[in-house]
Design a protein around this ligand. Structure first.
Ligand code: NAP
Length: 237
């Protein structure tokens, strides 16, 4: 007997890392998934319930155009997982201002913009699960983290305020703050998690956490989860 589908979830940053792992997990669990990133296409993940939506989330006009058919259609969107994000680290005086701006646009403004587009849809159906990928950098400022910590502290403030604004409308809003997860996030950075399994969170564990939040009872609101590796050891490249 065919398994009943559990609903349609949008996942940003679906081409790699955490977003990709969340797509795989939710498809395996019977959700319909729409994966969003700049370079995503049908070859990214071959599954009957997966649709790729190529979109540059830093381009807000493009985001609105690409989302419009989804929001105006008959399709019910049950939730969204915000995984698109990037890192940029260094002493402030060494950072390029345009790159700081790009980081804030992707890590902070794009989830704000996308939420603003989706909230009316969720409020109209009196339900909607919004799960944001924050970071341990949303909890504590660290050396060389001025830009990244600012983007993630900002996201945390946004999520707390949005949750206060929307909880009585039936929405469930959660921030997940992982420590280091071994993904392509570190490809362009000067450091990465130290070798050894205890120095990073398996990407599948983050996907499992997202799934558990999605399936939790809607009347027990999960505001925030901090998910850390056993050790915090960096390796410099
Ligand atoms: N890895 C970690 O240790 C870690 C720890 C804590 C929090 N996080 C957070 O978790 C989230 C996911 O990180 P990750 O580790 O999975 O990184 P990742 O593997 O580098 O994935 C980033 C994703 O974002 C997409 N993306 C980048 N720029 C975009 C844009 N302008 N528009 C649309 N999509 C864009 C990328 O696809 P395209 O290139 O195709 O656009 C990719 O799918 C980020 O918010 C990150 O800050 C990561």
């Amino acid at each position: 007997m065919a398994r009943q589908l559990k609903g349609t979830i949008l996942i940003t940053g679906a081409r790699s890392g955490i977003g990709f792992a969340v797509c795989e997990k939710l498809l395996e669990q019977g959700y319909v998934v729409i994966g969003i990133s700049r370079s995503i296409d049908g070859d990214t993940l071959k599954h009957a319930n997966f649709t790729a939506l190529a979109c540059d989330l830093r381009d807000f006009e493009q985001t609105k155009q690409k989302l419009r058919p989804l929001l105006n259609g008959q399709q019910v969107i049950s939730g969204i997982v915000f995984c698109a994000g990037t890192g940029y680290f260094g002493n402030l005086e060494q950072l390029d201002f345009e790159k700081i701006q790009a980081l804030i646009e992707l890590n902070l403004l794009s989830p704000m913009f996308l939420s603003k587009l989706l909230i009316p849809h969720f409020k109209a159906q009196a339900s909607g699960r919004l799960i944001f990928l924050g970071s341990e950098a949303a909890l504590q400022g660290t050396k060389k983290g001025t830009a990244y910590c600012a983007s993630k502290f900002g996201l945390r403030g946004f999520v707390q305020a949005l949750s206060a604004e929307c909880r009585q409308a039936g929405l469930n809003i959660t921030l997940i703050n992982p420590g280091m997860v071994d993904t392509p996030f570190y490809d362009e950075l000067y450091f990465k998690p130290g070798a050894g399994q205890s120095n990073h969170i398996p990407v599948k564990a983050v996907a499992e956490c997202v799934y558990n939040v999605l399936k939790a009872d809607a009347n027990g609101l999960i505001d925030e989860i901090n998910l850390m590796p056993r050790n915090r050891v960096l390796e410099f490249k």
